[in-house]
Ligand binder design. Structure first.
Ligand code: BES
Ligand code: ZN
Ligand code: ZN
Length: 516
């Protein structure tokens, strides 16, 4: 799909279908709807007056128009977007996804979108391009029959009178972000056989090469040298070697010696989680291919960051491993020593995510990270607590947590903070080692985070448990079912916000005499 923008009139766009946002209780006898109604031969008024469309979010009316009217497009899609006053970029993203998916289903090849929000055409264009790109993702890569083969050739974002250059630049940003979310979804969707730690490292190398990132991949021998006993204990049972993938983005104008407040993203990359010796039940085990989604989120975000070129450096760290049972596998009761020197009693080999993350967090610190956000499909318990609506967030730095929540709100991703009082740490005290990898039945998401906290001392740290939100069991009008790519957009937004804050700080430091 080619995403285009136009500051021209919607009536004159050379597209098969025109999609227009309609606000709640909007009347057809004023403003743009009146104009549209006249151009479309009275159909808008009749749809609204018959109350077929009241403008509620998600409502859709699709009509074919008689030729010879005032629109070049021959089909019109009216989509309710709810209250005008609450209308925001996150909704525009979903609107564009809904429009793209719906019209692809009608075999439409060229679309014009009038998302309204003329006052902030810049954010609108980015959100629309992102949403349309994300909306078209399908997880049917391995289908040979009934595969979605229809493609949208052209998607024009229309904002009459807006600045052409700004529109174009914004849509390009949106496209990059949408494609990076789809990249993450694609990795998450891959069967374990095709997405081994080695394959994942290969994908990381490819994006590093294509978009300009530094890449390093530690093999098991190097992990041994670093003393990463926790990470290595997870891959013991597998024929596939674990990999620790490192990506680094450095802005061109950065002082090479000074990483400042280096921000790092660490993502759980368990390419298949069978549970190991503490084997999971068979039902739904196939879904455990997506246990590397945290890692895929880091790779997707780094892929976008490399193209968006913010002014701050960013580190991405992905511990990738399979978790399988075998004669060589780690057993419940074993004790391993993490890179930090802490000893861990393995109570349950299915609580492996926290093991690989603990060494990855230590390594991120070794590479100079000062602020760390980790993301992981870490606990089944998070789905019980928050379902598939909110991602759990916990951490040691309230400012960082608030930043994540605020960035999420801007892109339409919800985070809900869970407490991390020190009392929870008691649950992971071991009788024979420093800590154990399971904290009992109570507060599973929190005790998993309490475990990670043991390794995040000395830095500002937040943890995202995406186990409930990374996979959509049902399709939505704006996305297919399957991998959601949750948190990719939030993470990108965090980086862009931090970069903007840094540049405005620097501007403020310029002496008044030199500023003019
Ligand atoms: N990968 C799972 C968590 C998970 C479960 C992700 C369902 C997505 C959907 C994780 O490694 C795990 O198995 N956690 C255990 C921890 C327990 C043994 C303390 C869990 O949640 O049951
Ligand atoms: Zn597990
Ligand atoms: Zn797992």
């Amino acid at each position: 799909m080619e995403v285009q923008t136009s500051a021209g009139r919607y009536q004159e766009q050379d597209v098969q279908a025109l999609a227009v946002a309609v606000f709640k209780d909007e009347k057809a006898d004023e403003g743009i709807l009146k104009e549209l109604d006249e151009a479309a031969g009275g159909v808008v008024k009749s749809v609204i007056e018959s109350e077929e469309l009241k403008g509620k979010e998600g409502e859709i009316v699709y009509v074919h128009l008689a030729s010879g009217g005032g629109l070049r497009a021959q089909r019109l899609l009216l989509v309710g977007v709810g209250e005008r006053d609450d209308y925001n970029p996150a909704q525009i993203s979903q609107l564009a996804g809904t429009v793209a998916r719906f019209l692809r289903g009608k075999n439409v090849k060229t679309i014009g979108l009038v998302a309204r929000a003329e006052k902030d055409a810049e954010k609108m264009a980015a959100a629309a391009a992102e949403g349309a790109t994300m909306g078209l993702f399908e997880p049917d890569k391995y289908r040979t029959i009934d595969k979605e083969e229809r493609v949208i050739e052209k998607f024009i974002i229309i904002a009459e009178g807006a600045d052409e250059e700004t529109l174009k630049r914004s849509a390009e940003r949106g496209r990059i972000i949408g494609e990076s979310v789809n990249f993450t979804r694609d990795l998450a969707n891959e069967p374990g056989a095709y997405m081994t730690p080695t394959n994942m490292a290969e994908r990381a190398r490819e994006i590093a090469e294509e978009f300009g990132l530094n890449v390093d991949v530690l093999d098991e021998a190097r992990m041994e040298q670093e003393g990463m006993g926790a990470l290595l204990s997870v891959s013991h049972g597998s024929e596939e070697d674990a990999k620790l993938i490192i990506l680094k983005y450095t802005p061109r104008d950065a002082n090479a010696q000074d990483d400042g407040d280096l921000l790092a993203f660490v993502g759980k990359g368990i390419t298949f989680d069978s549970g190991g010796i503490s084997l999971k039940p068979g039902e739904n085990m196939e879904l455990m291919k997506y246990d590397m989604t945290g890692g895929a989120t880091v790779l997707g975000a780094m892929r976008a960051i490399a193209q968006l070129k913010p002014s701050i450096p960013v580190l991405g760290v992905v511990p990738a491993s399979e978790n399988l049972p075998s004669g060589k596998a780690t057993k419940p009761g074993d004790v391993v020593t993490a890179m930090s020197g802490k000893t861990i009693e393995i109570i349950n080999t299915d609580a492996e995510g926290r093991l690989v993350l603990s060494d990855a967090i230590c390594y991120a610190k070794k590479l100079g990270a000062k602020r760390i956000i980790d993301m992981a499909t870490l606990t089944g318990a998070v789905s019980i607590a928050l379902g598939d609506v909110n991602t759990a967030i916990l951490g040691t730095d309230q400012e960082l947590i608030d930043e994540v929540i605020a960035a999420g709100r801007e892109v339409g991703e919800k985070f809900w903070q869970l407490p991390l009082d020190k009392e929870y740490t008691k649950q992971i005290k071991s009788d024979i080692a420093d800590i154990k990898n399971v904290g009992g039945r109570k507060a599973g998401t929190i005790t998993a985070a309490a475990f990670l906290k043991e390794f995040a001392d000395g830095v500002s740290w937040a943890h995202l448990d995406i186990a409930g939100t990374a996979w959509g069991d049902d399709a939505k009008p704006y996305r297919a079912k399957g991998p959601t790519g949750v948190a990719v957009r939030t993470v990108i937004q965090i980086v862009e916000r931090a970069a903007r804050a840094k540049s405005s700080d620097q501007e403020a430091e310029v002496p008044v005499s030199a500023a003019s």
